[in-house]
Design a protein around this ligand. Structure first.
Ligand code: FES
Ligand SMILES: [Fe+2]
Length: 364
């Protein structure tokens, strides 16, 4: 039995890492788990082993045998049960419940079914295996919401996934994702925009549950792809961008019947490592997946390169600044996160850091 103090200590150590527990996070792509393979992943510093039962259901267990801690991923999966490689204890893959301890004799009274390997709720959406990370030492709530899904606006569409790792703390990953001022410097390319096209912008934001929305608007006139879309449909383009805790940025662009929808999540792997998972879907007939992937990849690499450079500087613990208005979304993120943690602690309703719609101005 683990002591409560031990659990509390572990919880405190992990709370310090700045992770938000009790949310869904994407662990691996659905295509990575097939057959009898056991696949490892790490979320919020928890080592996981994932697989798929012979009935096709994805599962996620803590990658640690409750007997002596050896990773269960060294064991094997027979379609329903995971067997540890050390003493052969067997665990139901979906519930983590122990079903057999081979060394027990007929005299032994140990109740095998009372032993559980750590396991986490698991759902597949949009080509990812999502894992619900409940806080260490806490019980799963009775009702958990479904894993987030990407919004699509027609039956037929193309979809693609990209990802990249950032050597950064989750907070830097996220504020980098929502930062409007780095575009002209980090993402300048002939196909997107030029640095000289920088101009003043005013965007309206509004509070939404657990996050904020850049209210529907016509996208920036200095981005070529939006110009093209408008030319084709001859209808206005509207863009809506949302950020919601713990880590989700969605963007929906619509013009007439044509649409583009994307979601980026920044998932904490460890204290100093996070991963961007980007999924996009669209019905823009003129945009092949292969072309989109080339440009999407350039974008992600530009962000990744920047975060690698930033990590170099952050090693020396510099003092940092957040300025108005370009860094206001980052301030909201920190306030949302703090207020959520506080409301979970006290049980009181979460206070939203925004009173209502506001207009932010910046040059980009
Ligand atoms: S360590 Fe897994 S069965 Fe002993
Ligand atoms: Fe970027």
């Amino acid at each position: 039995m683990r002591m409560d103090a031990e659990v509390a200590q572990e919880a405190a150590a992990q709370a310090d890492a700045g992770f938000l527990w009790d949310f869904w996070y994407p662990a691996v792509r659905s295509t990575e788990i097939s057959g009898q393979k056991l696949v490892t992943a790490m979320l919020l510093e928890v080592p996981l082993v994932l697989g798929r039962t012979s009935e096709g259901k994805a599962f996620a267990m803590r990658d640690s045998c409750p007997h002596r801690g050896i990773p269960l991923s060294y064991g094997r999966l027979d379609g329903k049960v995971v067997e540890c490689c050390y003493h052969g204890w067997r665990f139901d893959a979906c519930s983590g419940q122990c079903v057999e301890i081979p060394s027990l004799s007929s005299q032994d009274k140990l109740k095998v079914e009372r032993i559980f390997a750590g396991h986490y709720p698991c759902e597949e959406r949009d080509g990812y295996v999502w894992v619900y990370m409940n806080a260490p030492g806490s019980k799963l709530p009775e009702m958990i919401p479904g894993a987030p899904g990407l919004t699509v606006f027609s039956d037929k569409y193309k979809i693609t996934h990209l990802s990249c790792e950032l050597p950064s703390h989750i907070d830097h990953g996220i504020i980098g994702l929502m930062d409007p001022a780095h575009g002209p410097f980090v993402h300048q390319s002939w196909f997107w925009r030029k640095r000289g096209s920088i101009h003043e912008k005013a965007k309206q934001f509004e509070p939404i549950p657990n996050g904020f929305r850049m209210s529907p608007h016509s996208p920036s006139t200095n981005s070529a792809p939006y110009q093209l879309l408008k030319k084709i449909t001859r209808e206005p383009v509207t863009t809506t961008i949302d950020f919601v805790l713990p880590n989700i940025r969605t963007e929906e662009d619509r013009s007439g019947k044509l649409w583009f929808s994307s979601r980026a999540t920044v998932t904490p792997v460890q204290r100093d490592l996070c991963r961007i998972d980007f999924v996009a879907a669209w019905n823009l007939f003129f945009l092949p997946v292969s072309i989109f992937r080339i440009f999407g990849d350039i974008f992600l690499r530009q962000d990744q390169e920047t975060m690698i450079r930033q990590a170099e500087g952050l090693k020396h613990n510099p003092r940092l600044m957040l300025i108005d208005d370009a860094d206001r979304p980052a301030k909201w993120y920190f306030a949302l996160k703090a207020n959520l943690i506080e409301s979970r602690r006290t049980g009181a309703a979460m206070v939203h850091p925004m009173d209502g719609p506001v207009t932010l101005r910046w040059r980009s």
